[in-house]
Design a protein around this ligand. Structure first.
Ligand code: PEP
Ligand code: MN
Length: 336
């Protein structure tokens, strides 16, 4: 249920509405726009009678929320949200330009790559310390040592870092080092992990599962939001399909649908969709043209020696070209 207040309603009205919501054993979520405050009452709606709210002076309207993803949807928050990652804004014309290795491999290579992506204009760095690998025999990442290396990259190159968390028991550890925590595609529907990051005090980058619908993706975001964490950025990274020339099929339609249905920023990961470096730039541009609020791209100082995902990694030179073209595109779109 949405309780829409009259324009410029005062704090006392807000407090009375929140008190009434809590009396009904529901949760209140406040969305304060420039002119109007909307308060969402979340939980079992059966005991609600609109009159219980309409009787409060300052309440304009009481309407049901139609979308099942109540907090992620635009019913509750019609305007695009801006999410801040350690000072870097994302959304509503602010772009995330994220580059870095698939996996943190060593201190030297990570510092080199951090310097390179920074030179190319990236405003965040990516790198996995806990890696979800298909085979248990593949390199699983450096764990906490990798997180420490990422921290050093942040300090030296002034780049907030984003890294994946796979296990609810490791959320606290990853939050100690990361500026944004990534939920990988394979974990999009790991609900106990979503609940845990929902309680964390760090922005979450939520990747879309390879065979998840946009609706289920937004419901996963709802898990994080409804547990108290309002800072969610979505990431399209390609779906499983019959195509074999690309690793996954980048679903640009899903970016447009997500942008229509949610106020949260949506970014594109062209690297995992492409699987090959020479397809990364066209997919980046397609994602941005479809409305993405940023990119997350794999970059390596020596792709042929990368321990993971080398064939899709860009060199500094290629990433620099991509960044030029991506910036030119968003200027043409009149968005930056
Ligand atoms: C990654 O970002 O390195 C990764 C494993 O991505 P995904 O979860 O999209 O496969
Ligand atoms: Mn990768």
């Amino acid at each position: 249920m949405l309780i829409i207040l009259r324009s410029h309603a005062d704090q006392e009205t807000i407090d009375r509405v929140v008190e009434q919501i809590e009396k009904l054993k529901m949760q209140a979520h406040i969305s304060q726009g420039e002119y109007r405050t909307i308060i969402g009452a979340l939980g079992d709606e059966t005991p609600i009678q609109p009159d219980q709210f309409l009787a409060i002076d300052g309440v304009a309207k009481v309407v049901p929320i139609m979308q099942s993803f109540k907090l992620a949807g635009r019913d509750f928050c019609p305007e695009d949200s801006i999410i801040e990652v350690s000072g870097v804004k994302v959304g509503r014309g602010h772009y995330a330009w994220i580059g870095g290795p698939c996996t943190v491999e060593s201190r030297e290579s990570s510092l080199d790559i951090a310097a390179a992506v920074r030179r190319c204009g990236a405003n965040m760095m990516r790198g996995g310390a806990f890696k979800p690998r298909t085979s248990p025999y593949s390199f699983q990442g450096l764990g906490e040592e990798g997180l420490k290396i990422l921290s050093e990259c942040r300090e030296k190159h002034h780049l907030p870092v984003v890294t994946e968390v796979m296990d609810p028991r490791e959320v606290e550890l990853v939050c100690k080092y990361a500026d944004m925590i990534q939920i990988g595609a394979r974990n999009m529907q790991n609900y106990s992990l979503l609940v845990e990051v929902g309680k964390a005090n760090k922005p979450v980058l939520l990747k879309r599962g390879p065979s998840a619908s946009v609706k289920n993706w937004l419901l996963s975001a709802e898990y994080v939001l409804s547990n108290g964490n309002k800072d969610v950025i979505l990431c399209e990274r390609g779906s499983q399909s019959f195509e074999t020339d690309t690793r996954f099929t980048l679903d640009v339609g899903a970016i447009a649908v997500a942008k229509r249905d949610t106020h949260l920023p949506v970014i594109v990961d062209p690297s995992h969709a492409a699987g090959r470096w020479n397809l990364v730039e066209p997919l980046t541009l397609a994602g941005l043209a479809a409305g993405a609020d940023g990119i997350i791209v794999e970059v390596h100082n020596c792709p042929e020696k990368a321990r993971c995902d080398g064939p899709q990694a860009l060199t500094e030179k290629r990433f620099s070209e991509l960044m030029k073209h991506a910036r030119a595109l968003v200027n043409v779109l009149g968005k930056q």
